[in-house]
Write a protein that binds this ligand. Structure first.
Ligand SMILES: *Cc1c(COP(=O)(O)O)cnc(C)c1O
Length: 361
């Protein structure tokens, strides 16, 4: 077996112990003579997995009882429509911060459901900086206030969260979910696709404050309503059982590693190594992101020209590091370093960056 360092933005590398356990249990789950994914989702074996996955999220974040956890299909992308469909009544508007590619996608969908006020638009700075949370002017009448905590493509991450008062704060946390402690009480709703930090693709996680469930209109179709899923603990229909099982394994690993504090410490170490390699070769590598908006999950950089970028990505792959090509919409290079990326992976990449710059600078 030769597992390489996988810097892919998502689906992403998962902890080896989680994969090994799944491998060992796959054909015969707990002596039942079948795999977990062949069993009824109403079986007590699956139920234990499902509830433990929810409990892990609750324990990791220290979620109070008035927050419900949902596991849904359709990825984070489906939440771009479910959030406005459920939280915004006809005639209401919501507030949006446009901080990059993902925020813009969420905005485009919300606009099809209701009115959207843009509170911050990063386009003048090419989405390479973020607003000061304290300077944001929240509309007191807004149905909710939407932000994207980490822009996976741009490599931009909020270090602090705005205070939105009575207006529910809604956050797309797809690419920094379970990577740091958050002031939970500030949020009305958090959503994330699992495949960036918490597990494989196939389930998204929604954390919703209970009082917001009352907003879901009876006119919504069953699946699209949060009020359908919440009282049934996301067992209204067949949940994505295998992704949830892998999410459970991944979060079990994270809890054993030390939970969110350990995740943050590792993320800062990894990101520090890569930003450090850039700083040490500052005439060769350039990070386009403003200093205080730099992500510790997705680190982006440019080389002097695109040919060198191509060469960098292919030589890195030959050296056992994959997934370093920047998103096709922005080019350049990107290292996505989620919870399961060992610090040794970042160290190997930082060393390679130094050596590559020396050879080609
Ligand atoms: C990947 C990503 C999404 C889209 O997630 P899907 O699960 O593919 O729908 C949305 N927002 C952010 C911040 C992401 O990184």
């Amino acid at each position: 077996m030769n597992r390489i360092f996988n810097f892919s933005a998502g689906p992403c590398t998962l902890p080896l112990p989680a994969l090994e356990e799944a491998h060992a249990e796959f054909l015969d789950y707990q002596g039942k003579g079948m795999s977990l994914i062949e069993m009824s989702h109403r079986s007590k074996e699956y139920d234990a997995v499902h509830m433990e996955a929810m409990d892990l999220i609750r324990r990791l974040y220290g979620l109070p009882d008035n927050y419900k956890i949902l596991f849904l299909g359709g990825g984070a992308t489906m939440q771009f429509s479910m959030v406005p469909m459920n939280l915004m009544a006809p005639g209401q508007s919501c507030d949006f911060t446009l901080t990059g590619a993902w925020a813009k996608k969420a905005y485009a969908d919300a606009k099809k459901i209701g009115n959207v006020n843009v509170i911050f638009d990063g386009k003048d700075d090419n989405f390479m900086s973020l607003p000061e949370p304290g300077n944001l002017k929240v509309n007191p009448d807004a149905a909710y206030f939407h932000m994207t905590s980490n822009e996976t493509i741009g490599g931009v991450q909020w270090s602090d969260f705005p205070d939105t008062g009575d207006v529910p704060l809604v956050c797309d946390m797809s690419s920094d979910f379970v990577s740091r402690r958050i002031p939970v009480e500030k949020f009305g709703l958090i959503y994330a696709g699992a495949q960036k930090n918490a597990g494989p693709a196939g389930t998204s996680i929604v954390i919703i404050r209970e009082d917001l469930l009352e907003r879901s209109s009876d006119n919504l179709t069953a699946y699209m309503s949060y009020a359908t899923h919440a009282p049934k603990d996301s067992m209204y229909n067949t949940p994505p059982v295998f992704p949830i099982y892998m999410l459970m394994k991944t979060l079990t690993w994270l809890e054993k590693e030390g939970g969110l504090d350990a995740a943050t410490k590792m993320a800062n170490e990894r990101a520090g190594l890569i930003y450090g390699a850039m700083a040490a070769n500052a005439d060769f590598y350039k990070c386009p992101v403003h200093q205080d908006a730099r992500s510790n999950m997705n680190v982006v950089w440019r080389l002097p020209n695109e040919d060198l970028e191509k060469q960098f990505v292919s030589e890195a792959l030959a050296a056992g590091m994959s997934g370093l090509k920047g998103h096709r919409s922005v080019g350049g290079c990107r290292a996505s370093m989620y919870n399961a990326m060992p610090v040794a992976g970042a160290k190997a990449l930082a060393d390679f960056m130094g050596e590559f710059a020396k050879r080609n600078g």
